[in-house]
Design a protein around this ligand. Sequence first.
Ligand SMILES: [Zn+2]
Length: 622
Amino acid sequence: MSDRTDRVRGPLAPSTGVQRPLGIDDVEIEGGPFGRWQRINREAGIPLGLEQMEKSGAVPNLRLAAGEGAGSFQGFRFQDSDLYKQLEAVAWEHGRLPDDGYRAFVSETAALLARAQRPDGYLNSHYQMVKPDKIWTELEYSHEMYCAGHLIQAAVAAARAGLGDELPAVARRFADLLVQRFLVDGDDAIDGHAEVETALVELYRLTGEGSYLELARKLIDNRGRGLIAETGLGPLYAQDHLPVREADTAVGHAVRQLYLEAGVVDVAVETGDETLLACSVRRWEDLVATKTAITGGHGSRHDGEAFGERYELPPDRAYNESCAAIASIHWNWRLLLATGHGRYADLIERTLYNAFAASTSADGVRFFYVNPLQRRADLFEDAYLGRRREWFACACCPPNIMRLVASLGHYVATTGDDGVSVHQYVPGTIRAGGITLAVETDYPWDGRVRFTVRDTPGGEWTLKLRVPAWSAPGELTPNADGYAEIRRDWRAGDTFTLDLDMTPRLVLPHRRIDALRGCAAIERGPLVYCFEQIDQDGDLEDLALTPDSRLRAVERDLPGVGRTVLIEADAVRLPPSPPDGLPYGGPPTSLPARTPATAVAVPYYQWDNRDGGVMRVWTPLA
Ligand SMILES: [Zn+2]
């Protein structure tokens, strides 16, 4: 199968756009947090995931569908999607560092899927084994197209990682069935969980088959027209309340909305539909301004795993599903490629280092599904709060995390018409169109990033470096897109050093976020910080920051956490207030006694690697 956007060995290969992505093998990550995450993903995460594919029933279910095993179906109706995301993770990991074991897993699994697939191309072990008479009849919650989407994305990864045609052939048979039923035969149904749209566009990019793009466009245009049957969760839940071109704010199930947006941008880019792109950008601006956690997380409500209303951003009840962080990165990456604007790379960075990175333990084998910004002492809430876990009954997050970590190199740099743009600062090597750059940095612990040109085709070209919104630009004046442009007749051996401002910052919330009023948080570079009880002298709940708290960065190697930079903050300790009647009263007649104290903050992504104690990102200001 030939890739019409050949040479891009990564998840996304748009045929047009301001920036062109690089493949995962064009960027070698050598150290830093990204390098560490890739190493533990390979050594610990993916092996755990492969083990779970058997234990959780994902592979045994497909054996049943192939008529090969005994027992009964296990898990959810979307259980197949765990396996597809695991396949995608393995494929990208193979593309990064080839491995015969990975090749065998993809090949054997593709063969199993081919045996389980019906002659007409349909493939879903739950519906084949449990509800064969309900196929395509309960799309409001069946996830049949959602699972097809993850199969297609795994197949695209296999094709681009050089893992043969077996998996792509299975995916194409299913995609062709979708085209026949939902495009050619005119069935107007859509899936309750968006995902297949972005996958179909990528399959179009891989194969050049226009009907996949046509179907993706139709599915997007059909959403918001009441085609999804009532599930008791209401039309907002699945973004079926308004046509995509009319909706002005993100609503409902956060992961569904964000995967939908990825598909919207993909279709807009491939069809040249500027108004469709503009409506996604409009929702992005609203979402960032009113519904985004400081960590980049999305989803304020446990009920429905959903977005809240504007400025509804509770720290303790925040849902911030790990999958929502991944979907947000997917959407922002598409917008960055389409427009070249650095604000999308800024949000990718914020999300990667905070909402996303916090999902995984330092040893790579425990995961959060929900990523709140505060953990109280009681810990009685839902089982998904509390501590990270090895796996989940609904295991959408762990294999999703693994596929993103394996493909992180794709999100570092791009090429445009005139050189190389660097969006994320990681030590390693970037190869782009005859240009090879070595990147040396201790980012995000240190703000210095040194580029050395190892190879150049000759002539002038521009090195574009993102100047994050949090950093004072210093001597570099970023362009309107947020990038410093260094245009030169570069020669091999030339260097350029970028210095970003890593002074710790006190950050205050917008006044309309009621749940955070009177609180402050700490950031340094791209990292959001939190306080954990284990690092404090005395009760964390009695500590407060002040508007002029001095913040000091201190490098440490913490047992269980690893290398880090802590922030020591000048704070005050307020008197403990034991329960005494209602927790309300009139204005105080005098200020409470306060004593000077030091509060110690750790990067949010490194929390919950020691004990299960109290944690908070947002801390009262005294
Ligand atoms: Zn998830």
